[in-house]
Design a protein around this ligand. Structure first.
Ligand code: SF4
Ligand code: SF4
Length: 398
């Protein structure tokens, strides 16, 4: 039924919801679901995940106010009644975008091969919110794309978009999981979708078996998928600010920014039927996926800023990305990498010097070992010295 406030006639919840869905589609979203705002059903699971240390260094997830807000969207937007959840496909269209780079090249997670989705999607969510306010009904609300204290995947599940796979991703039937999710919390009542009830993973364990670092731990007693982020390549190469554990470095291969393995092996992402994005803004840009590792390792700050302007990759900063590139070069193990790694032993960032030392130790040619010996004479950072000693020790040099 239409509502009347202050002499103005507003559309019914059904008409309002229909208009919002239609407008979301016009703005370029591929799927939309609407859920009532309620306290999270996974708040305890989330708290337990934090308490178990599985969030690693991601302190922003563990902050008490952030944990509380994730448990109750009302703390984020007081008076919020509805969550409009929007999905945007980013599965690239071209064959070359899916090519597996050889070990001399860097591999980037698919979502990071494009422009920064935060900016693009946030602008669209805000446009949708402003349109609702101007054209339909006065509202208060807030839009989030992966950055606010909102459990997007749980809201998407409750809005009927899909289920939590054992790989922790939200999977949409017939669509898969290569989707960005955005949420607008609004203070109006809308017509709600039925929550997604079924778990289509069944007895499949492909993602658990395929994860190279053993980060996926299956489902907990409540059925929620559990990941130890400290072992996940996406965490290690993007969120972690310090050294990557020596035991995990060889398992990272040439994945220098994120990892898609647990999505690639998922039968619900079968390339035969998964949808591709038709929007140019989500197509891969040049100089990212498949870039030569040697070239990336030689980047100074200016080149890093130019190459990754408006890219999600800038989140890792130069020091984080070059740490990852050094690991990938060590895994490649080619003498071709020795000159650039030797030069990196003089980088002003100890994080880069230490990982370059590890990589040179893995390569182990006389030139690589000579570079390590020379640096040992002048290196002042305790951790980097340790890495040099371990690299030389592993090669049998004292
Ligand atoms: S992103 Fe990669 S490392 Fe992380 S859980 Fe998935 S397969 Fe494992
Ligand atoms: S690979 Fe299998 S278990 Fe993992 S998310 Fe996909 S369907 Fe579920």
């Amino acid at each position: 039924m239409p509502g009347v406030t202050g002499g103005m006639v507003f559309p019914s919840t059904a008409a309002l919801s229909k208009s919002i869905r239609a407008r979301a589609s016009e703005i370029g979203f591929d799927a939309v679901g609407i859920a009532p705002v309620e306290p999270s059903a996974h708040a305890e699971v989330y708290r337990h995940w934090i308490d178990s240390g599985h969030a690693g260094e991601m302190a922003y997830l563990a902050r008490e106010d952030a944990v509380a807000k994730r448990g109750d969207p009302q703390l984020v937007v007081p008076g919020a009644r509805s969550a409009v959840v929007l999905a945007k496909n980013y599965y690239p269209q071209s064959e070359e975008a899916h090519a597996q780079p050889d070990p001399s090249q860097g591999m980037f997670a698919r979502y990071a091969r494009n422009e920064d989705y935060h900016e693009i999607l946030k602008a669209r969510l805000v446009a949708l919110q402003e349109w609702i306010n101007a054209e339909l009904v006065p509202i208060q609300g807030r839009a989030y794309v992966d950055t606010g204290p909102v459990l997007e995947r749980e809201l998407a599940l409750r809005a009927g978009l899909g289920w939590f796979g054992k790989n922790t991703m939200l999977i949409q039937p017939q669509r898969g999981s290569y989707y960005f999710l955005g949420v607008i919390l609004l203070d109006v009542e809308l017509e709600y979708d039925a929550g997604f009830e079924r778990d289509h993973c069944g007895s499949c364990t492909r993602c658990l078996d395929g994860c190279p670092t053993g980060a996926l731990l299956g489902r907990d007693a409540a059925g929620a998928p559990v990941m130890d982020a400290r072992r996940c390549i996406s965490y290690l190469t993007i969120e972690a600010r310090g050294p990557i554990s020596r035991a995990l470095r060889p398992l990272i291969s040439n994945r220098i920014y994120g990892c898609d393995i647990c999505q690639e092996v998922c039968p619900h992402n079968n390339p035969r039927f998964v949808q591709i994005t038709t929007e140019e803004a989500f197509w891969p840009r040049q100089g990212v996926h498949g870039a030569k590792l040697v070239e990336l390792m030689g980047m100074d700050q200016g080149e890093f800023s130019r190459r990754f302007k408006n890219s999600p990759v800038k989140r890792a900063k130069r020091r984080g990305l070059l740490r990852n590139v050094a690991v990938a070069l060590g895994n490649w193990g080619s003498p071709e990498a020795v000159p650039v790694l030797s030069a990196s032993l003089s980088d002003h960032e100890p994080l880069i010097r230490g990982h370059a030392a590890w990589a040179l130790g893995r390569i182990g040619t006389p030139e690589a070992l000579q570079a390590l010996r020379s640096r040992r004479l002048v290196e002042e950072d305790t951790w980097v010295r340790q890495e040099i000693e371990l690299a030389l020790g592993a090669a049998g040099v004292t």
